[in-house]
Design a protein around this ligand. Sequence first.
Ligand code: SAM
Length: 514
Amino acid sequence: MDDGSGVKAAEASNARPTAHDATTDAIRHSYKAFPYDSRPCPTSTPARIATVARLLGVEAPDPARARVLEIACSDGGNLVPMACATPGGRFVGIDLASEAVEVARGMARDLGVGNLTLIDGDLRNLPSDLGPFDYIVAHGFHSWVPPEVRVAMFDTMRTNLAPDGIAFVSHNVMPGCALRGIPWSAVRPQVMDIEDPARRIAEARAVAGRMATTMSRLPGMAVAVAEEFRDLAERQDIVLVHDDLASLNQPVYLRDIAAEAASHGLEWLADADPSRHVAYAYDEPMNRWLASLDRMAREHVVDHLRLRRYRESLFVHQGRPPGAPMSPERLGAMHVAAANSTVERHASLPAPPAAGDRSGPAVQRRLLDRLVRLHPSSAPVAEVVGWIAGDAAPGSPLADPPQARQLLLSACATGVFVPLGWPVDANRVAGERPCVFAPARWQAERHEYVVNLRHDGVVFTDAVQRRLLPLLDGTRTRAELSQALARIAADLGKPARPLGEHLAHFTSIGLVER
Ligand SMILES: C[S@@+](CC[C@H](N)C(=O)[O-])C[C@H]1O[C@@H](n2cnc3c(N)ncnc32)[C@H](O)[C@@H]1O
């Protein structure tokens, strides 16, 4: 069934029987009373999931033609840009919150996205004839729904995931959430009877702030826990309401969710974020002990070492060959880019040493600089290995390609760089008729963030830029845009900065297609 705009509503005929219960009604009500603003989740994109799988030596379906189901797609902030950027794919989203799905439909319609079906309804009523899917994504779902819906989630994955498909599930985890849970149990009872979300948020912040101030002056562990209260007091409104204060919020140990998935014929493959894979980066006795453990036990110990509180887990059908550790050889056929956090930290680093210094640290520092300047675009690993060899002293270890690839893999495993199976090529220079990624244009008018060509969410608060960006659709010349910019700045009573400055910013955050 097509609503005439290319955005299809679900066929009702194959729907499973309607599920109704008080908990689901309460969840529906909470998202209606305080709408969720769903952000792009880069690690949940087929390209990033396939990258991790292939780094582990596991086959993954072609992201360019992927069939994707997003469970809990909300207002489409993750799914619609994905569908828009992947015209060869086919996308389905489902969410209980009909108001949010209506927003997603509007976004898809405005952007002319025709490869997307959006369903407002309970996952338990998902029409049975939609699959199979190469990728099934459930972000922000598992920990926040009742047990029977978690069962429905894994059931959907078992039934609808293609034999070589991969599922993505984000979830709160123990033991880190045991620490988060201290403020939860102190603050929730104080605010849970306050109906008005704005008042509930204000009171929660006040209680948490009070607790933080007092506990920071008390002896022992209280100081550490005070930080948790402080964090809660400063959390974004939607996270506070739908995570910290949510009446349903069930963190799990990784091994428990892995067992839950196993009872549905699915196997935990790996963390979706390569920088979260177990790196033997501890003292020697710990590294040796970790290496002696089986995979799940090792992850369990490392979750304690890192006090992890959140995970993004990938699952495959049981019986597929298990993944091997990430390998530098497999990275050799891929691309790398600077991570967003690297770019943030880079701003405060001293300038890189002059080219004459060919020591290992100097070479690495210049490499960092080069990839930061390219950010958010990527470079082929083969090319980067060539840069390193050209920069390092002849005969030094880094001049050896396997060692250079190992260095790059270590940088990916520690989150300095991001491995990418497919290149990200955001334009470095805007053209005569600048054109920006369409979903970002749409979001700039409505949100204080936009999605870029790497599927990262970028904070976007400048009032002038929020009105300028939607005009960059490839139809206006720079001269026309300069005139429009002058009018926008005058309108907002802001100083008129040259168009080039704004365009330089848009290219630097990866928004410009041409
Ligand atoms: C925390 S939000 C996450 C939204 C989005 N995936 C994200 O992470 O930005 C949880 C979403 O799950 C949806 N949801 C909860 N129970 C559901 C169910 N039984 N079937 C479908 N969606 C459900 C809610 O409506 C809400 O939009």
